[in-house]
Design a protein around this ligand. Structure first.
Ligand code: BG6
Length: 504
C-alpha cells in the first residue's frame, strides 16, 4: 500500500463510544482497515461517553464487537493487541459540561506532541439526535472545531424528522462547523455495489447512450428486509419506512441511476449532479396521493418457517401504532432524460427475503418480426443492479432456444463480485471512515441534498399523518407487502419484478 493513499495522522474521537454503533460497526470497520494497512501509523481512538468505564473493559467490549461483526470473523490475538494499542483512552464525561471537552483537547495535544505532528481530528457523533446540539456547541466552545482543514464532524442519520427539523439541524451544525467539515453518513453510499452504479454507467460506453426515456420503460428500486424492528422499536415507531429508508437510502440509489454524467470525480461535482435529480422530482399532488404512495404495516406471520410477531407487538412499539413498516412510491423526474418515466420505489420490513436491487426495464422492441409461436416466453430486456446480497449485475435478453424452430427464451448474462474479484468487499463503514480521514466527501450527504430529499417526502408524511391508515396491519410478515403496493404499479400495466434470489 502506498503511503499516499493513507490518511495522515488522525485522532478519532467517538462520542457515545459505549454504545451500539461503536461496538457493532465503527470498531470492526477500523479493525479491518487496520489489517488491510489503510490506517496511518499515527492513529488514535479516544472514546467519550457518559458511562463510566476503564480502558481495559472498553477495549474488551470492542474486541467482542470485532469478533462478532468484523467481516474477517474472530480476531487474532497478536493482531488485536497491535490494533488495541491505538485505542488510547476512554473518557467518562458529562457531554453537557465543558470539563470532558477540555480533557479531550489536552489528550489530543499530548498525542500531537508525542507524534511531533498535527493530527486530523475526526469527531464522530455516535449519539441520538437529541444530543447533537449540546455536543456541537461544546466542541465549538472548546475550540475543537476551529481548524477547518483538520477538524471533521461525522453525523449519523436521522438528519431531522422532516424538512423543518433538517433545516434546523443543518443551521445548528453550520453555526459551529463549516459545511466542508460536516460528513453526514448514509451508509448505503459506502456499499461497493452502490458506488459501482457510477462505474457501470460512466466507465462504459455501452449503456449510457440508451440510458433515457427513449429506451427505458421504467425503473424499480426495491430494498427488502426480512428483519423486523429488532431492538429499535422506540426509535422506529417515530420514524417509519419513509423516513428510515426512502428519504435517504432509496432516494440516493435513485439519484445515482438518474443523474447526468459528472464532468469530474470531484465530490461537489458528483453531489451537484445528484442534487439536480432530487430537485427535479415532481411533487405528488395531495389529492392524488393514493395513486403515488402506499403504506403498510406488518401483522404476525412466518419468516423462513418461524412464527414472528406483529409490528404492534414488538418491544417499544405502541399497541395501536400507525407507523408504516412498508412504503412504496411512484416518482417522476421532470427533465429531458426522464420525462414521464416512472421510478417505482418500495421498501419494507418482514418481507420474504433480504434483497436490495434496482431493475431497469427497457422498452419492447419496436416491431416483432418473429412468428407468434416464437415469443411465448418473450420478455423485455432488463438490467438488474444487485446491491445485496450476492452483489452483481444481471442483464436479461432473448435468445433462440436450440431446436429446429424459432423459439425465443429469456437468458441472463451475469457478473458477480464473488466470481469476478474473488475477494470480500469492504463493509460500507470501512469505506466511509477512510474517506472522512482522507477528507473526501463524495459519498456523504451535503446539507442541500438532505433538504431536497426531505422536500420530497415531507408532504407525503404530512398527508399520511393527517389521515389514520385504514386496515393496519395490512400485510402478514413474510409477504411482499400490502395489496395496494401491487395496485400502485398495476395501474400502469406493470408488476413488481421480484428480486432474484441468490444462486443456490
Ligand atoms: C438503516 C435503517 O439505515 O438501514 C434500518 O435505519 C435498516 O432500519 C438498515 O435495517 C438497512 O441497512 P442494510 O445495510 O442492512 O441494508
Amino acid at each position: 500500500m502506498s503511503d499516499e493513499a493513507r490518511p495522515g495522522p488522525t485522532v478519532m474521537t467517538i462520542f457515545g463510544a459505549g454504545g451500539d454503533l461503536a461496538w457493532r460497526k465503527l470498531i470492526p470497520a477500523l479493525y479491518d482497515l487496520f489489517l488491510d494497512g489503510w490506517l496511518p501509523e499515527r492513529f488514535a481512538v479516544v472514546g467519550v461517553d457518559r458511562v463510566k468505564m476503564d480502558l481495559d473493559p472498553f477495549r474488551q467490549r470492542l474486541r467482542d464487537g470485532v469478533d462478532r461483526f468484523s467481516r474477517r470473523g474472530q480476531s487474532d490475538e497478536e493482531a488485536w493487541n497491535r490494533f488495541a494499542s491505538h485505542l488510547v483512552c476512554f473518557l467518562s464525561a458529562d457531554l453537557a459540561r465543558p470539563e470532558g471537552y477540555a480533557a479531550l483537547a489536552d489528550r489530543i495535544a499530548a498525542l500531537e506532541k508525542e507524534w511531533g505532528d498535527e493530527a486530523g481530528l475526526l469527531l464522530y457523533l455516535a449519539l441520538p439526535p437529541a444530543a447533537i446540539q449540546t455536543v456541537t456547541e461544546q466542541l465549538g466552545r472548546a475550540r475543537l472545531a476551529r481548524d477547518r482543514a483538520r477538524a471533521r464532524i461525522v453525523v449519523e442519520k436521522p438528519f431531522g424528522h422532516d424538512l423543518a427539523s433538517a433545516r434546523d439541524l443543518n443551521r445548528l451544525l453550520t453555526h459551529t462547523f463549516d459545511e466542508s467539515q460536516i460528513y453526514r453518513i448514509d451508509h448505503y453510499l459506502g456499499k461497493e455495489t452502490v458506488q459501482n452504479i457510477l462505474a457501470f454507467r460512466f466507465a462504459n460506453a455501452l449503456f449510457e447512450p440508451i440510458w433515457d426515456r427513449r429506451y427505458i420503460d421504467h425503473v424499480q428500486i426495491t430494498v427488502a428486509e426480512q428483519v423486523g424492528v429488532e431492538h429499535r422499536g422506540a426509535y422506529y415507531d417515530h420514524a417509519g419506512a419513509l423516513r428510515d429508508m426512502i428519504q435517504n437510502h432509496l432516494l440516493q440509489i435513485l439519484s445515482l441511476i438518474a443523474m447526468e454524467p459528472p464532468v469530474s470525480f470531484l465530490a461537489d461535482e458528483i453531489r451537484n449532479k445528484k442534487l439536480d435529480v432530487l430537485r427535479a422530482i415532481r411533487p405528488i399532488p395531495r389529492e392524488e396521493l393514493h395513486r403515488f404512495a402506499v403504506r403498510g404495516q406488518y401483522g404476525a406471520g412466518w419468516i423462513e418457517g418461524k412464527r414472528v410477531p406483529a409490528y404492534r407487538d414488538e418491544p417499544g412499539v405502541a399497541s395501536d401504532s400507525t407507523t408504516e413498516t412498508f412504503a412504496a412510491l411512484k416518482l417522476f423526474i421532470d427533465n429531458w432524460r426522464w420525462q414521464d418515466i416512472p421510478f417505482y420505489l418500495r421498501t419494507g420490513k418482514r418481507l420474504p427475503i433480504r434483497a436490495s436491487e434496482a431493475q431497469i426495464r427497457f422498452r419492447p422492441v419496436p416491431h416483432q418480426s418473429f412468428p407468434d409461436t416464437a415469443f411465448a416466453e418473450w420478455q423485455t430486456n432488463r438490467l438488474i443492479l444487485r446491491i445485496q446480497p450476492e452483489e452483481g449485475i444481471l442483464l436479461r435478453f432473448q435468445a433462440k432456444r436450440p431446436g429446429p424452430t424459432m423459439r425465443l427464451s429469456p437468458v441472463e448474462m451475469r457478473f458477480t463480485y464473488r466470481e469476478a474479484f474473488k475477494a470480500t468487499s469492504p463493509e460500507a463503514y470501512e469505506t466511509l471512515l477512510l474517506d472522512v480521514m482522507r477528507g473526501d466527501a463524495t459519498l456523504f450527504m451535503r446539507a442541500d441534498q438532505v433538504e431536497a430529499a426531505w422536500s420530497i417526502v415531507t408532504p407525503i408524511l404530512e398527508a399520511w399523518e393527517s389521515v389514520a391508515p385504514i386496515g393496519f396491519p395490512n400485510y402478514p410478515a413474510g409477504s411482499w407487502g400490502p395489496e395496494a403496493a401491487g395496485a400502485l404499479i398495476a395501474q400502469d400495466g406493470q408488476s413488481w419484478l421480484q428480486p432474484t434470489l441468490p444462486e443456490d
